[in-house]
Design a protein around this ligand. Structure first.
Ligand code: AHR
Length: 507
């Protein structure tokens, strides 16, 4: 057998340093990682909007035009690039005209999907778009297909985006906004196979064509895509849009990590290693899902014109004891940081097809980046992952060959290391997750022909796998400096702590 020098290097370094080797190929980097992959989702659900983002101008909580100052600052610091609104299931019950004009005149409605609470519509289109301007995020609006009409959707798009003279633009001006907003992304329905109307894919595809035909002002139209492993939905949508390609720019996919099953999802904070392992294994399925949905999309769209938009993802646990079951409030531990890190690495690595993703949901709902209680705010471990990974926004994906060790438990195993890499402005950034909660992992990163003068790092880890940040307590999980040696001859040897998310930057 002929041993190449590279092969000898891999063998010798594995003996010397341990189990994982990562080889990066910056010379093959060509795919942009859209900043929109780091997008978020805010629905009228529980305390995401009210109490989370918006407290009203008369609140004692420091605010700017009703938007919480602490939350606004934290989202800006995290570099939030995009926000999806108003749902979710709520979107297909929403009448946008109830949420414009003088607040005291706005009618109320019942939020039937989320606790049957009264929605007073004080946060509507203007508030959402003003908030996006404040946090410097692109807006992504989801129109109502399930219970709304084509005309309502078309008028909403006109109200927001048109600079023509029309009844809708006159109404917008009357409500205080002279110039149109720039809203590129529009979702046409949400989960129309379920809460958005229980439609078949064939029926929804026809409905979509109808809505999209009157959505001229919507530059990037996103069709409702599949849930999880429903490959037939993707196939039918792609096939039925073949003759009307210009009507669909994106197709969504929803996949939540549910540790057990929907009836008993498990606790966000009280779990053992078996549950840790199951949660991470189920998160890794995102890679298979994207591959398989992409393969179907490739059949109809080999030039990858249509983006796969993972507009809902994240951990879904049982609600915190004593909280409203309809509000989906859950805590967020180091396990959530790993789940975020793994998913974001997977999206980066599929950046040729995945053009946007939105974690569910920004504040106080499911896998949040921020939790609030009255005037207090907590930044979750997931927040710190988004902050750390912001280096990948609009960077160029570097293909990587990862030979990972295995994390084993009771005869089952998954790769110990999950990673992705990108380059921007001459800096190579690698984000790595060590899925093993017990053992650190020795890793050799090599860049053939690479010459780097220095390297730096950041780490998110904690003493226990279920550590979390809580109100009134010192943070248990945050972003810390990670010492890395100087790279030599394009190689860097590091020891990745157990249960950690790490960023290495070389330049
Ligand atoms: O994010 C919570 C809910 O999950 C959304 O409203 C819905 O789209 C999905 O089922």
């Amino acid at each position: 057998m002929k041993l190449t020098l590279a092969f000898l290097f891999v063998i010798s370094t594995s003996i010397l340093y341990g189990q994982t080797t990562i080889t990066l190929f910056p010379d093959q980097a060509e795919t942009k990682i859209n900043k929109e992959i780091y997008g978020h989702f805010a629905e009228h659900l529980g305390r995401c909007i009210y109490g989370g983002i918006y407290v009203g101008e008369n609140s004692d909580i420091p605010n700017t035009r009703g938007f919480r100052d602490d939350v606004t600052g934290a989202l800006i610091d995290m570099k939030i690039p995009l926000l999806r609104w108003p749902g979710g299931c709520f979107a297909d019950t929403y009448n946008w005209k109830d949420g414009i004009g003088p607040r005291e005149e706005r009618p109320s409605m019942v939020n039937v999907h989320w606790g049957n609470v009264t929605e007073d519509n004080s946060f509507g289109t203007h508030e959402f778009l003003e908030f996006c301007e404040l946090i410097n995020a692109e807006p992504y609006i989801n129109v109502n297909v399930g219970s709304g009409t084509v005309r309502e959707a078309s008028e909403w798009i006109e109200y927001v985006t048109s600079s023509n003279i029309s009844p809708m633009t006159d109404l917008r001006k009357k409500n205080g906004r002279e110039e149109p907003w720039e809203v590129k992304y529009w979702g046409i329905g949400n989960e129309n196979w379920g809460c958005g109307g229980n439609m078949t894919p064939e029926y929804y595809a026809d409905v979509y064509r109808n809505f999209a035909s009157y959505a001229g002002g919507a530059e990037y139209k996103i069709a409702c895509g599949a849930s999880d492993f429903d490959y037939n939905w993707t196939d039918v949508l792609m096939s039925k849009m073949q003759s009307k390609k210009n009507l669909m720019q994106g197709l969504s996919l929803h996949y939540y990590t549910v540790t057990h099953d929907w009836a008993k999802k498990g606790s966000a904070t009280d779990f053992d290693e078996e549950e840790w392992f199951t949660t991470l294994s189920k998160t890794l399925l995102m890679d298979e899902l994207i591959q398989k949905h992409s393969t179907i999309m490739d059949k109809y769209d080999p030039e990858k014109r249509v983006g796969l938009i993972v507009d809902e993802w994240g951990n879904w646990f049982d609600v915190e004891p004593g909280t409203n079951p309809g509000f989906l409030y859950q805590q967020n531990t180091l396990r959530d940081a790993l789940v975020a890190g793994i998913n974001l690495n997977i999206f980066n690595n599929h950046a040729d097809r995945v053009k946007m993703s939105n974690i569910a949901q920004t504040i106080n709902v499911l896998q949040s980046v921020i939790l609030t209680k009255d005037d207090e705010m907590v930044l979750t471990p997931t927040y710190y992952v988004f902050k750390m990974y912001s280096v990948h926004q609009d960077a160029t994906l570097i293909p990587a060959n990862i030979k990972s060790g295995k994390y084993e438990i009771e005869g089952k195993s998954i790769p110990t290391i999950n990673a992705s890499a990108s380059s921007k402005n001459g800096v190579v950034s690698i984000t790595l997750c060590n899925l093993d909660p017990n053992k650190s992992e020795n890793i050799v990163i090599s860049v053939p022909q690479g010459e780097f003068a220095s390297a730096s790092g950041q780490v998110i880890t904690a003493e226990n796998m279920n550590d979390f940040n809580d109100f009134g307590e010192r943070e248990s999980v945050s972003l810390m400096e990670f010492n890395v040696p100087k790279p030599k001859d394009g190689k860097l040897a590091i020891e990745l702590p157990s249960k950690s998310v790490v960023l290495i930057q070389m330049k």
